[in-house]
Design a protein. Structure first.
Ligand code: PXP
Length: 241
């Protein structure tokens, strides 16, 4: 059964707006687990614009499910990941000027570099994922790098304004999921997914996890975090395996 992992970066974003102590992402992570999330996702950015080092350390200590650590492939982040020892690391591209992660990581031509980067984490038993676009060459590169998972970037699908454009992006993702599964990769989806656009994946087999942040934290303002997570987890529970 596909499952929900909740990204709590946006809780940290709100706290950092005042550089204060609330809201607390660690509490949000705990509440998300209580409401049905099977994993907590945090992206420690190089510029520390939302999640801080202490957030990762505290969630590592208090997490009852799985901690997925999103990070750029830099020496600093590798050091932190080895120290924190999350269940999974997900390598993402990072640009200082972007509002949020804008696209998938380019893995083509970087197979050896990324395999070497992940090697010490694999040796420690940390599982790895690569956040990539639904592109055959990227999927093959991810396979060659030796990652266990890929996370297909659903942002282009989520952002598409026209029906036709959205269908084109959806088809790419559905075909990407099938191809990655054929190669033996496990597949997660994430970015820009909400309570409506996620329904397109209801009958798509082979998806392990959905990684969702913004839409859940946004809804929590109106209905509370418990209900917002529960609504999404319940929805995903109705999806095919
Ligand atoms: N997956 C990755 C790799 C991301 O960078 C993000 C955004 O931080 C998400 C999933 C979650 O996206 P959203 O906040 O739009 O649900």
């Amino acid at each position: 059964m596909p499952v929900l992992c909740v990204n709590v970066d946006h809780v940290a974003t709100l706290r950092q707006a005042r550089m204060g102590i609330e809201p607390e992402p660690v509490t949000a992570a705990y509440m998300a687990e209580m409401a049905g999330a099977v994993g907590i996702i945090m992206h420690l950015r190089e510029d520390r614009r939302h999640v801080q080092d202490r957030d990762i350390e505290l969630v590592r200590k208090t997490c009852n499910t799985r901690l997925h650590f999103e990070m750029a492939a830099t020496d600093e982040m590798q050091r932190i990941a080895l120290d924190v020892d999350p269940e999974t690391v997900c390598l993402v591209p990072e640009k200082r000027e972007e509002l949020t992660t804008e696209g998938g990581l380019n893995c083509v031509g970087r197979e050896q570099e990324l395999a070497d980067f992940l090697a010490p984490l694999h040796e420690k038993g940390v599982r790895s994922s690569l956040f990539i676009d639904a592109d055959k060459a990227q999927i093959e590169a991810a396979k060659n790098i030796g990652a266990e998972f890929i996370e297909i970037h659903t942002g282009h699908y989520a952002d598409a304004k026209e029906f036709g454009e959205r269908q084109v992006e959806l088809k790419k993702i559905v075909e990407g999921v099938a191809y990655a599964r054929e190669l033996g990769l496990k597949v997660n989806l994430g970015h820009g997914l909400n309570y409506r656009n996620i329904l397109a994946f209801r009958n798509v087999p082979g998806i392990s996890e959905y990684s969702i942040g913004h839409s859940i934290i946004a809804r929590s303002i109106y209905v509370g975090l418990d209900r917002a997570v529960r609504d999404m987890a319940d929805l995903i529970r109705t999806f095919v395996d």
